[in-house]
Write a protein that binds this ligand. Structure first.
Ligand code: FES
Length: 102
């Protein structure tokens, strides 16, 4: 599936994502995401915003993810930790924006 990535500087890039891996692993490099904890929902550095029309189509936020998102100064209703989203073919066309650094 192809994911449309917007970086912090506003530049955009389509990313051909691999299914079965997290969204974070797919966009880490092109999105210049630190992902310090390696994907275990504890660092918050993989914070992204999901395009409005996609929010409801993703699996719901789990308690651990919510705890970390709540610590961010940049939390928005469409915030997610990209490490907690597994890429599937259904996500073709997903638009994500890397959140500002805390
Ligand atoms: Fe650390 Fe996602 S990579 S919370």
């Amino acid at each position: 599936p192809r994911v449309w990535l917007t970086r912090r500087d506003g530049s955009q890039e389509p990313v051909d994502a691999r299914t079965g891996r997290s969204l974070m692993l797919n966009i880490r490099k092109p999105g210049q995401i630190q992902a310090i904890c390696g994907g275990c929902a504890s660092c918050g550095t993989c914070h992204v915003y999901i395009a409005e029309d996609w929010v409801e189509r993703l699996p719901p936020i789990q308690p651990e993810e919510e705890t970390i998102l709540a610590l961010s100064d940049w939390r928005e209703p469409n915030s997610r930790l990209s490490c907690q989203i597994k890429v599937t073919d259904d996500l073709d066309g997903l638009c994500v924006t890397v959140a500002p650094e805390d």
